[in-house]
Structures are given as structure tokens and as C-alpha cells.
Design a protein around this ligand. Sequence first.
Ligand code: UDX
Length: 443
Amino acid sequence: MNITVIGTGYVGLVSGVCFSELGNNVICVDNNVEKVNMLMDGHVPIYEPGLKDIMNANMKAGRLSFTTNIQDAISRSNIIIIAVGTPSLPNGEANLSFIELVAREIGSYMDNYKIIMTKSTVPVGTNDRIQEWISSLTNHPFDMASVPEFLREGTAVQDTLYPDRIVIGTHSERAVATLKELHQPLTDQIIVTDIRSAEMIKYASNAFLATKISFINEISNICEKVGADVSRVAEGMGYDRRIGASFLKAGIGYGGSCFPKDTQALIQIAGNVDYDFKLLKSVVEVNKDQRFNVIRKLEDALGSLEGKEIAIWGLAFKPDTDDVRDAPAIEIIQRLLEQGAVIRAYDPIATENFRKEVDSPSITWEERAMKAAEGADALCVLTEWKEFMEVNLTDLAAHMNQPILIDGRNIYGEDQIKDTSFQYYSVGRPGLTNIDGRKTAVI
Ligand code: UDX
């Protein structure tokens, strides 16, 4: 099939590359000339394992190309995928201005029947509006379809090539047949719905996963007070197939480009139809506060943070990405600076992006994890990068001014802690003991 993907962000680029990998001819369009030039030279602007190799192989095979010429791309394709961004407006609502712009361009350049497939996450009812924007500018026939994207950063290629399910929301039999054929190589699990249900499936899925995270984070807070171990609690819950084991890792809360934005947007969508989504509002509140447990634990260990040297390991919102959008580390570091702490931060790949969000003369950006911990009064682990798990903790304690470790992601186990001198705070596991038999502190 001949496909044009409009927008070369995370979703657009990964989808375009993966559809070309399946043997389709794909043109990826973006209005950012610099980005398109970079892609044409075979460089990937995001850190995503595996993407660059597949992209270059398909470019070489002549199935994948990049352009800024949207008119030409549209005229050469029978499926147009909209994958432009829908950033949050200050009130949490999704900003649809890029979508509208693209819809109007599609409308003006239509020259024969096409399927317009939306992959951007858009509020319920948006595809109907896209249909109106396009039809106001063309008499050529077309069908709308909402095919939401569920990929995760860091495993985006895998998630796209081996999805749990594909949701196709459309009212057209013709579009169903074509889109089923397009997605058939990926999975047998294809769910066909009306457009509004497909739009809602995306928000409801992300809101549900966010709910699981805030739920287990609250359970972890209670575990700290009653002396239970949240990791064992989650394990015990997870074997119940009705609950499932995933997304029950307690930590410092969710970040990233989707959960914070989509939960806010769904609260807004509900509010627009006079529905108060109380549960989801609480999920967001819990998530906002969870990150500050790191500060509370530091204060418990050190008292005032004024002038204290705090090492930070991990800035990205999760491992295997350089993305820092809504990363809990942003507000944690801002709060530490407000309280007069001096910071030594290290992340394997996200430092450059992070410095665009927060920078200060009180922060030193280190290039090695051990260097950041050298002489520190406490170390906070904010992202569960594999290299942090492999560190020798006795060695680490010896490098620090005070052996205080705040593990915001529960990356260390009882076995590693018990032989060290660390005053070790984790999330919801108050019973772990160090070499002196001292239990991890509870706040
Ligand atoms: C998410 C969805 O998983 C994906 O389906 C959607 O398309 C986009 O949003 P992503 O943001 O890339 O993907 O990351 P994900 O792996 O889902 O993690 C999101 C956040 O939740 C991270 O900050 C992570 O640290 C946190 N998380 C995840 C937890 O705190 N505990 C968990 O058990 C799982």
C-alpha cells in the first residue's frame, strides 16, 4: 500500500518506519526542514533502540522516504496517517491546532479516494471535526478512521510490530477491509469499533494504567506505615489474572509524554460534558505528590537540606529513553534547589534534554554515576537505569560523605542492602535491614 504519514514525532516516525518494514511504500512528511534533512541523512532525532537500523534498511530498499512536500506526498498515497502532536493547553485540554492545520491541508490537496487514519491521541469527537474540516475543502470521497497508538518509549518498535491489539474505529466497510489488510501481519487481535469508541479506548487505557500506578503508590505509602512490603504485595496481587502483574511497580510516580497529558485531557473531556471524573482527579493528585516523598525522606535523614550535597542518579522519566517530559526528577530537583541543596546529577543519556528544563549554578552535571556520588551527603535514584543496579554498593557507600540512599524505584533488594552501611529508604519496603541490623527508616 502507499502510505503518507504526517508528523515525524515519536508516533509518526515509528509507525512510518514499521509500515515500511511490512513492505508498504511510506512517505513521512514534516514541516520541520531541519528534522526532515536529518532523517533523509539516516539520522534518528529520538533515542529509540532498533529504530535507526530498520529505518536505514527501508530507506535503502526504496520503501521509505522523507519530505516537507505534503501535497506531493498526499497525491501519491491512498492512506494518509495523521500523527501530529496534541500538546496540552494550560487548562489540560488537548491543543488541536496542528490537527486542524493538517486536516485543512489534506482537504485542499485531495485528488481521489483516500483513507484518513488518525493516530494522534485526540478528544472524543475530533475525528468527526477532522471529517468536516476536510469535506469543507474537497468533493473527493474519503473515509475517516481512528487507529490509536499504544507504543511505549524505549520499546516502540517492538510494541508497534508486536502489538497486544489493534483498534480500528471507522464507519466505513471499505476502510475496515483495507485497514485490516494493512494491520493483519501484526496481530490477529483486531477490534473494529465506531470512531468515538476508538478515540475513548486510547484515553481509557492510559487513564487505567495511570490509576494502577497511583493505586500501588498509595498502597506503598500505607505499607511504610504498617510494616508491609509493597513489592511482595504487588507480586501477590499480580498473580490474580483479573488484576495482572504489570504497572504495579511503586515508585516516584509516572511521567512522560502520555500519562500526564492524557489523564488531564480525559478529566477535561468529562468536564466538558458536565461529568466530574473524581477517581481520575485523585489519580493525578496522588501522582503529583508521590515524587515529593523523596524530599521528605531526605529531610528525615538529613534535617535541613540547606548546603547539603545531594547526588541524583537518573533524570529521564523512565529508563532507555532521553525523554524528560514531565519527568518526576524536574520537580524534585527544583524543590531541592529551593531548599538550598547543592546537586550533582547524572543520567546516561538524558542530561542534555534535562538542562533545557532545569539548570542552575547549584547543579553540576556529571558524566559518570560514581563521580556524582563522590562526597555526597545523600544519593537519590530517580530512574531505574540498568547500570545503577549493577553498582557495588559497598564501594558506593565508601565514595560518599554519608551513606544515605533514597531509592525512588526500588532497584536494590534485601541481598544488596544487608551487607552495606547504607541508611536505605526505598518505596513501601520499610522492613529491609542494613549491616547493623537497622531497619530502613519509615517516615
Ligand atoms: C505510555 C503507555 O504505556 C503507552 O501505551 C502509551 O502509548 C504512551 O504512554 P510511555 O509513557 O512510553 O507509554 O511509558 P510507560 O512504560 O508506560 O511508563 C510511563 C510512566 O509510568 C513512567 O514514568 C514509569 O516510570 C511509570 N510506571 C510504569 C510506574 O511508575 N510503575 C509501573 O508499574 C509502570
